[in-house]
Each structure stands twice: as C-alpha cells, then as structure tokens.
Design a protein around this ligand. Sequence first.
Ligand SMILES: NC(=O)c1ccc[n+]([C@@H]2O[C@H](COP(=O)([O-])OP(=O)(O)OC[C@H]3O[C@@H](n4cnc5c(N)ncnc54)[C@H](O)[C@@H]3O)[C@@H](O)[C@H]2O)c1
Length: 403
Amino acid sequence: MTTANTPPPATAATAPADTPLGVAMIGYAFMGKAHSNAWRNVASYFDVPAFEQKVLVGRDPSGVAEAAAKYGWTETATDWRTVIERDDIQIVDICAPGWMHAEIAIAALEAGKHVLLEKPLANTLAEAEAMTAAAQAARTRGVQSMVGFNYRRVPALALARELIAEGRLGTVRHVRAAYLQDWLADETSPMTWRLKKETAGSGALGDIASHAIDQVLFLLGDQVTEVSGRTHTFTTHRPGRSGLEEVTVDDAAWATLSLASGAIASVEASRVATGQKNSLKLEIYGDKGSLLFDLENLNELGFLDATAPAREQGFRRILVNEPEHPYLEAWWPQGHIIGWEHTFTHEIRDFLLAIDGGTRPSPSFEDGLAVQRVLAAVEESAAAKSTLIQLTGTTSATVSEGA
Ligand SMILES: NC(=O)c1ccc[n+]([C@@H]2O[C@H](COP(=O)([O-])OP(=O)(O)OC[C@H]3O[C@@H](n4cnc5c(N)ncnc54)[C@H](O)[C@@H]3O)[C@@H](O)[C@H]2O)c1
C-alpha cells in the first residue's frame, strides 16, 4: 500500500521499443507449472506481442532454480518484492496461495506492472475490495489486471456463452453448477495450506465453487442478487507436521443464487465427492433449449434445441473442435482434441493481447470481486442457518474481448 513516505504509484511499465515484455512469475508448483507451460507455448500458436520469461520467484533457492531450468525461466529470485521493482519486468503472474494475493497484487499494480493473478481474487472480501480499488486506480495509468478463472477459456464454454447470448436457449430459467473432486475423500490425507482459513480463506467454496460461480456469471452475463448457502466439514482433523491438526475450512458447500434476470442457479462444490476427480458440471435450462457440459469431457458441449419438432428433439453432442469455434483455429485439424492445459495458453494469449491493445482484460478484478461477494454471502448465510442474503454491490461479469 502507498504511504506518505512511498513514491506515487507508477504508470504502466513499458518495455523500450523492440524490447520484449519482461515477465516474472511467483510460485512454481501446481499453477506455476501450468502457467509456465502456457508462457512457453503461447507464441507458437497465437500472434502475441513479444515477451520473455525472465524471472521465476520461489522461497527455496534450489527448488526454484530446478523449476526455472525445467520450465524455461531465465533467472530466479527468492524475494518477490525486489523483482516487482525491476525496470525490466512489465508483467507479474501470481501463482502463489490466496493469503499472498492481496499484498503481492497491490504492490505490483502500484509498481506499474500488469498483473495476472490466480483465482480466487482474495481470501477475504475486504482484501478483494482493496485489490479492486488498486486495479481501478492502476487502469487509469494504463496498468492492466486479470484474474485466472481459466475455464472461461474452455472453447466449449466460450461457445456456450455465445449460444446463450444469441438467444438460442431463449429465457434461461435455471442453472445447475457443480464442481466435484475427491482428493480429500480419504480422511488420512494430510494437512495443507488449502485446509486452513488463514492461508486459504475457505475450502471447496473459494477453491472450486468460485469457478462454478464465475461460470454462472460468465455464461449468463447476469448479476447475483440473493444468496442462500450451507457449508460442511466432514473431516475436522488431519495429520500435520505436529500430529493431528484442525481443519478450519469447509470440505463442501452448497448455494442457491437468485439472478437479476429472474433465473436461479444452484451451486455445489465438494472435495470429498468420492469418485469425482475434477468434474465441473454445468447445465443451463432455457425455454427454447438447454446446454450440458462436464470438464472431464471438455471438448464436448451438449445442446438441445427445443424449437425443433418434438419428434426430432434430443441432446446432440457438439465436438467443439472446429476452426470456427473459439480459440480452435490455432490448434489442430478437426477432432484432434485439446486439453485442460490449453485454457491457460488461451488465458495468457488474451492477457497479452489486452496489454498490447490497451484494453481491459476479462475476467477483471471487478469480476473477481463479484465472485468474492457471492463467496462471502454463502459463508454469511451458512453461519445463519442458510438465511437468504441480499447482495447490493455489482456482481455482473465482463465478457472476454479475446474469445
Ligand atoms: N485456475 C485453476 O484451475 C487453479 C487450480 C489450482 C490452484 N489455483 C490457484 O492458484 C494459486 C496457487 O495454487 P497452487 O495449487 O499452485 O498452490 P501450490 O501449493 O501448488 O503452489 C504454491 C506456490 O507458491 C509458492 N509460494 C508460497 N509462498 C511464497 C513466497 N513467499 N514467495 C514466493 N513463492 C511462494 C510456493 O513455493 C509454491 O511454488 C491459488 O490461488 C489457487 O487457488 C487455480
């Protein structure tokens, strides 16, 4: 944060003419690996401004050096603060846990660096509001920011949004959104930062319901007006470094959302749904048609056109692999399917194009804040026996300019 003693926030860090944009990435584990893969291959498939994978930041010098060598980063560092002050860095990609998001993102934005930040925006609503204010102030200085809700860049979901916007479903009445995993189904699975409120903010709610909520907002272009929620922790203690430690976040969460359009969404998230590995299921029901999607079959979209004669109706499977489908022109011939990792390549492509064009990337920090308001309302409702919570702030989604 800026204080009386600190210099004023910087304007957008620009690379000298003909010099590639310098990128620094913080964190090199799960998301660091996924983002590195995208940084490494994005320019091979899409026309993007020139950039360089300059610095990889982590806490352990040998760990970060090993990762940098594998993932294509030129240099390493162990203190993110010194890295965001460097003149040769224009982009900061934050792949660190939620408890670090606010501090790093605000500092980077104030230093004039464009920020790509993994989801969810923050651990708390107060942090999310401060970060959004910082992003808005930075935008006036030409500094861009984006939240990593990468499922907006699944071609089938980008197509789903287009079909809904074109009115192919008519009036959307309700949505079912369920994000189900089972990596915590075993009650002996160990303690991690994801199971402590102070490091993760919340459990399945912030980790994966955030994606489902973002999809509801993205697909419908709608706003959440009311929330009723419930959360539950099935395994309250897990083995940690010093014996059994308390789990202070939810294992699963449920919510119903009222939307400004009059539609209703049910959202469900679990990390103890035995047998479900990484299934984000979305079902959208309108008066003229319906859509079905499951992340475990991410190249496919189910579409039912209810305007067809009844005897011809039925869900058809669209293999979203044609050159005219979002992002697909850059990849393989029809039917040569793509995977989960491609969503990050699309995300970085859109982020780079927005920086180059001086346009607002999507999802913005405002979009991240909209999701955070819903997450906070689910927790508030859950703590009050599922009382209905009214939302007054803006919870609408902006739509990608790249997709
Ligand atoms: N978009 C998605 O599909 C998706 C999937 C998983 C996680 N995430 C999000 O990505 C973020 C990171 O999650 P993850 O799964 O990669 O976590 P992780 O535990 O696998 O990795 C966290 C990384 O942050 C680094 N780190 C921690 N403290 C640091 C510090 N002080 N300085 C520098 N580096 C530090 C760790 O060394 C590690 O490399 C979270 O916000 C999470 O919610 C997004």
